[in-house]
Design a protein around this ligand. Structure first.
Ligand code: CTP
Length: 421
């Protein structure tokens, strides 16, 4: 508990309240957030109203409390969950019941609270409250783990006397502790206002954006390839985010299992050579280039046209270098073109990333370490350090790749605007 209350002025907090006995503590939480000068929008699940009245929370938050996605007095405002998801700097679910946690973990959207959670672009904080055995249950723990994987921040339940009379873990963390966690989380993220000034809906209108994604596959013979575990997620979410901001996006992608973004022109390739051709053919018009693909540096020098048969000896492969696509872009870069590379480093990370930034003549490089938990290939989250040419390194917190994409676009767009291009 901090002695001087944090300053949350100008910050937008959506507070989701669910049907737990701890819902009465939501009233104190709203008061604490308001005292810290936050703007608070309360959402309740229908069951929460059994424990605390919407009149109480509405009065304290100085606004309407929302429950249904489709309210009875339907006035065409059923997209409010989307607007709220964009407005929020932070979404807090407190108390979060086992039921709501299960729904959030599985993408349900059957109430204003769950639908807004799916639309939210901001960090989400979940504060569980339930009986001891429900909290301990494998299903609840698996759901909480899933939320952490998605990138949500989960506060552990507190130990103490529970409404059932049992003693154990399951109590909602105290409102002061939640308020303090809210303050430290919003400190780490730009406000919705800051996001929209540089990253608004049309901030990339009329801009040609080229994004690469996924691994490449280098054939050894007709049934075998050399490849890497890239899933393509980072490039796909970047392409989607850039298209949402009005960019005219081309996605050049290696083989992935992801659905192609609907608002981008998609070019499917297999090898580094094919990716190079597709990228260099679009180099002239591209204003922003995000090279998120994990391009193979080597390919079999003599792929066989028929299936190689095994024999009793070890197989020695002769590999040849593939083209360095990004380096070639850097060598031919126009002054108004922005090149963003990605560096996967397992050691001497900053030094190696900075060297790539210089050697490939890039404007930005996003560095991540695939061996770090919650980063690199695979997980839906990433922890990225962003380096700008001639600038310092900015360490972003671990967050969903969708938010990494927004943060990257925010930074790059703001810098472009500042330079007047
Ligand atoms: N890249 C590229 N063409 C290649 C290899 C990499 O365009 N043949 C791009 C990647 O898409 C990424 C950046 O270069 O944006 C850095 O990739 P990375 O694999 O980290 O570095 P490499 O340049 O391949 O260097 P090394 O493998 O020695 O670390």
């Amino acid at each position: 508990m901090s002695s001087s209350p944090p300053d949350l002025s100008g910050r937008h907090v959506v507070l989701g309240v669910t049907g737990s006995i701890a819902a009465y503590k939501a009233a104190s939480l709203v008061r604490l957030l308001k005292k810290a000068s936050a703007e608070v929008q309360v959402l309740m699940t229908p069951d929460a109203e059994r424990f605390v009245s919407s009149l109480t929370l509405g009065t304290l938050s100085e606004g309407d409390v929302l429950t249904e996605v489709f309210p009875d007095d339907e006035d065409g405002s059923w997209t409010k969950h989307v607007t709220l998801g964009q407005w929020a700097d932070l979404f807090v679910v407190a108390p979060a019941t086992a039921q709501t946690i299960a729904k959030l973990a599985h993408g349900f959207c059957d109430s204003m609270l769950t639908a807004t959670a799916l639309s939210a672009r901001c960090p989400v904080l979940v504060c569980p409250a339930m009986d001891r055995d429900m909290y301990r249950h494998e299903a609840t723990q698996a759901n909480l783990e899933r939320l952490r994987e998605i990138g949500y921040d989960v506060m552990p339940a507190a130990h103490g006397e529970l409404a059932s009379g049992l003693v154990g873990k399951g109590r909602m963390p105290e409102p002061e502790a939640i308020r303090d966690r809210v303050a430290s989380m919003v400190d780490e993220t730009p406000s919705a206002g800051e996001r929209s000034s540089s990253g608004g809906e049309n901030s990339l209108a009329g801009t040609e954006v080229l994004v690469t994604a996924g691994p490449t596959q280098e054939p050894l013979d007709p049934v075998r390839v050399l490849t890497n575990p890239s899933t393509g997620t980072m490039g796909y979410v970047l392409a989607e985010a850039a298209a949402r901001r009005g960019g005219s996006v081309t996605l050049v992608t290696g083989p992935t299992s992801l659905s192609p973004p609907s608002d981008a022109e998609v070019v499917q390739v297999q090898t580094a050579e094919e990716m190079n051709e597709a990228v260099q053919a679009r180099r002239e018009e591209a204003e922003l280039v995000f090279m998120a693909a994990a391009v193979a540096d080597y390919a079999p020098a003599n792929p066989s046209s028929t299936k190689r048969k095994k024999d009793d000896h070890d197989l020695v492969l002769h590999l040849r270098r593939t083209p360095d696509i990004l380096k070639a872009l850097g060598e031919n870069k126009r002054p108004d073109q922005v090149l963003v590379g990605f560096a996967l480093e397992t050691d001497d990370e900053l030094e190696n990333a900075r060297r790539k930034l210089e050697e490939k003549n890039l404007d930005w490089i996003a560095l991540n370490n695939p061996t770090e938990e919650g980063s690199g290939f695979g997980p839906s989250t990433n922890r990225v350090t962003l380096l700008r040419r001639g600038g310092s390194a900015e360490e972003l917190p671990r967050m969903p790749k969708t938010e990494v994409a927004e943060a990257l676009l925010d930074r790059v767009t703001a810098a472009r605007q500042a330079e007047g291009s």
